[in-house]
Design a protein. Structure first.
Length: 305
């Protein structure tokens, strides 16, 4: 099925990760692959929600679609391994994760890894003789495992694509999409000497958080306006006669304020990551609206008796 596809429609990609994943290295490739037509499942060691990081600060949380004991490499057409320091370090200590990765490589399926993601390839015992790149800090680990390490934004070697860091995401996403669409390519044979160690650690831009993917301000403003509209509606409902239709309207507004709006704000907070004003704090307004609507409901119910 590979080698002839021009789009990613119908492909299933496993994004293997764990707590401590670099959030942007999961969300940007995942969302780009989904827009291209692929189904992307977040696969991890445990169920629930994973804590992502924005470099060394807590970021958003991401829901796990499947655990490693529920799936195997045969269920998917390709593998994505995001980076971050803690996530790949946790996965490389798991035999289930290592076996999952080996299943893709033994079948010749495409693997895209970024930042510390290639750590897992090394621990799985499949990085020897490969040409790749990674976060510069793990260069020696890869070279000692027999890999040829290049200091380039993206490296393709047969069914593998690797990249260094979030700063290379544009090139990584483009290469990953091409990889999943056409995974059969010759192994690299022209390079067999690793790039030298860097003389100093790379400087991460201090403003990296400014270009992290977040909901637009239009979305946030829309939710705030919606909350304001609910509040205005609640004030007007207070003066309506105790008719069944009015009671039903009050009950509908109450349910919206107590469930839908807080959930939307929580989802916004998860996607917003390390925003300076977490959207979940706005949930207190929604809870206040709920109390207002509950008071109206009890009042109208009492008057209708």
């Amino acid at each position: 099925m590979f080698g002839t596809k021009k789009t990613l429609r119908g492909l299933r990609i496993a994004a293997l990760t764990a707590d401590g994943v670099e959030g942007i290295e999961l969300t940007v490739p995942r969302d780009a692959l989904r827009r291209a037509g692929a189904t992307v499942d977040v696969v991890s060691l445990r169920a629930g929600r994973l804590q992502a990081m924005n470099h060394d600060k807590p970021g958003g949380k991401f829901r796990v679609d499947a655990t490693l004991d529920q799936v195997d490499a045969g269920d998917y057409d390709g593998l994505l391994i995001p980076g971050g320091l803690a996530g790949p370090d946790t996965l490389r200590q798991s035999e289930a994760a290592r076996a999952f990765v080996r299943g893709f490589d033994y079948a010749g399926k495409p693997i895209a890894a970024i930042c510390h993601g290639p750590w897992l390839l090394t621990s799985a015992g499949i990085a020897g003789s490969r040409v790749l790149t990674s976060w510069p800090g793990i260069r020696d680990d890869l070279v000692n495992a027999g890999s040829t390490w290049l200091d380039e934004e993206v490296v393709r070697d047969g069914n593998w694509v690797t990249s260094r860091s979030p700063e290379d995401l544009t090139a990584f996403v483009a290469a990953a999409k091409e990889l999943y669409a056409s995974p059969y390519a010759p192994r690299s044979t022209s390079v067999r000497v690793s790039a030298p160690q860097r003389r100093a650690p790379p400087e991460r831009p201090a403003t990296i958080a400014r270009w992290l993917p977040r909901p637009s301000m239009r979305t946030a403003a829309g939710l705030l306006l919606l909350a304001g509209g609910v509040y205005v509606a609640s004030r007007r409902i207070r003066g309506l006669p105790a008719l069944p239709t009015n009671l039903a309207l009050a009950d509908g507004v109450r349910r919206f304020a107590s469930t839908t709006l807080p959930r939307a704000l929580t989802a916004l907070d998860d996607a917003w990551g390390d925003a300076r004003v977490p959207a979940s704090k706005l949930g207190s307004n929604a809870r206040a609206l709920y109390r207002e609507m509950e008071s109206v409901r009890r009042h109208r119910s009492h008057r209708s008796r």
